[in-house]
Design a binder for this molecule. Structure first.
Ligand code: BES
Ligand code: MN
Ligand code: ZN
Length: 483
């Protein structure tokens, strides 16, 4: 695992047994602050106001003492994670750390939630993508963390859950950060097999021949210009006892998007290794979900290939036969995500699950509309939409509900096929893409998440280092846990 900090370097002690500093289950008093060197002069000189994510080294101590601001707002698990991330950044060059942070936020969050938030925040903040670095310099030193928690916390279970979530997000980040040339559809399937092995998930992988047999003409059509084989990956969590229902997640897994014959420009192409971010979120989430062992059937389907302009590539104007029997005229080979998802959504809808959620880095237009922080959320069912919104709020992943206007549907009418893959107008590209996908889910409750923006971040913030964020993993976990 890429985490500089691993779960094995985290040790949990109970406040009653702890004999470090002021380990008491209550706020520090003004007098104690004085003895810790936190005088008015110090506060004025350091600018430390106790704001959330603010840290300060306290003066004149034997050991280094770090103050972590928690702000005035209500404490949440997300705020706990980002405080823990701030603490990791402040302490990463120390050899070891003993922290009262879980104890300090336990009264508001509950001890288990507090501990899980702090562990996840530290593991995720310490993530860095260095698997391709030949030399490793300036690595953080912090390898030993002791967390003080209220008495009686079942820390083993909490640490297992925290590790499963952090591992899922770290894997999703690794897959998105990995260059296209180092992550083919076959290699992506290998990664999914490793997850299935580790977490006891069922897995099925379809190669090109099988995809042809199964009439997945969207995936085959996008793959046509490539020398690499496509893969459809299906991970399944099946509960030991009776299942309360079925949720099906579908991910866009374009390992590199050149645009195909409608080749992208240099600017448009250079970041297109991220175009399997939907599949990465599904694979990462499935591993974590298995660790929670829900009494639901949870399926994750990933539609994987690169999009290349080779001599046998699908040409503008070609017509593809999608799995559900609909035909699509490909007017722009760069609108490939919706073609592979058309097969994936058709397959998901065949089993009539209780909910389908797809995740895809689908449109540049979504970035234009919502920027880098917000995913676009669309769907065909109010109840399904609100369930996903509630889960996203809990996960602290920002999503904005966009419409699927039936008035725009005619933009997808083709002269020669059932549909064309781009709208005839210039505007509303995210919505038109959503309307296209809707053609493949029948009446099944379905939510589409366009994650083109939040799949990566340009700057390190809280537990999110620059680069891939792992966006979507948490929302999928929350959907399952709240169902
Ligand atoms: N993968 C891109 C969308 C994308 C763009 C994701 C920028 C992340 C950042 C997608 O396959 C694509 O090329 N979409 C086209 C659609 C158009 C041809 C209708 C786009 O957005 O330009
Ligand atoms: Mn494209
Ligand atoms: Zn794409």
């Amino acid at each position: 695992m890429p985490n500089q900090l691993t779960i094995s370097s985290i040790n949990v002690v109970f406040s009653a047994d702890d004999n470090t500093t002021a380990a008491k289950d209550r706020p520090v008093t003004p007098n104690e602050l004085e003895t810790l060197g936190v005088t008015n002069d110090f506060l004025a000189a350091s600018g430390f106001e106790g704001n959330i994510n603010q840290t300060a080294l306290l003066p004149e101590q034997d050991a280094v003492v770090i103050a972590v601001g928690l702000g005035n707002e209500e404490m949440t698990a997300a705020a706990g994670r980002s405080s823990a991330a701030a603490l990791w950044h402040a302490s990463k060059h120390l050899d070891s750390l003993t922290s009262l942070l879980p104890l300090a936020i336990a009264s508001e969050l509950g001890a288990e939630v507090a501990l899980q938030a702090v562990v996840e925040g530290m593991l995720l903040a310490s993530y860095s993508y260095d698997e391709l670095k030949g030399t490793r310099e300036n690595n953080p030193n912090l390898q030993q963390v002791t967390l003080v928690v209220p008495d009686g916390v079942d820390s083993t279970t909490v640490l297992q859950k925290a590790e499963a979530v952090a591992d899922g997000i770290a894997l999703s980040r690794d897959l998105v950060n990995r260059p296209g040339g180092s992550l083919s559809a076959i290699q992506l399937a290998d990664e999914a097999m490793a997850v299935a092995d580790k977490r006891d998930l069922e897995i099925e992988v379809w190669d090109r021949e099988r995809l042809v047999d199964e009439q997945c003409g969207g995936i085959i059509g996008v793959n046509a210009g490539s020398l690499e084989e496509p893969r459809l990956i299906r991970l399944t969590w099946r509960p030991k006892g009776e299942s309360r229902g079925t949720l099906h997640f579908v991910g866009k897994g374009i390992t590199f998007d050149t645009g195909g014959l409608n080749l992208k420009t240099f600017e448009g192409m250079k970041e297109m290794k991220i175009d399997m971010g939907g599949a990465a979120a599904v694979i990462g989430a499935m591993g974590a979900i298995a660790a929670y062992a829900p009494d639901l059937t949870v399926i994750g389907t990933c539609c994987c290939t690169d999009n290349q302009p080779g001599p046998t590539a699908t040409k503008p104007g070609d017509v593809l036969n999608i799995r559900n029997g609909k035909t699509v005229e490909v007017l722009n080979t760069d609108a490939e995500g919706r073609l592979v998802l058309a097969d994936g959504l058709s397959l998901a809808a065949e089993d009539q699950p209780d909910l389908i959620v797809d995740l895809a880095t689908l449109t540049g237009a979504c970035l234009v509309a919502l920027g880098q922080r917000y995913a676009g959320l669309m769907g065909n069912n109010e109840d399904a939409i609100s369930k996903v919104q509630i889960a996203a709020n809990k996960a602290n992943e920002r999503m904005w509900h966009l419409p699927l206007p039936s008035e725009y549907r005619k933009q997808l009418d083709s002269e020669i096929a059932d549909l064309q893959n781009i709208g005839s107008g210039r505007f509303g590209g995210t919505l038109v893409a959503g309307l296209f996908l809707q053609e493949f889910v029948d009446e099944t409750p379905w939510v589409h998440l366009d994650i083109a923006g939040p799949v990566t971040t340009d700057e390190t913030e809280g537990e999110f280092p620059k680069g891939a964020t792992g966006f979507g993993v948490r929302t999928l976990i929350e959907i399952v846990n709240n169902w």
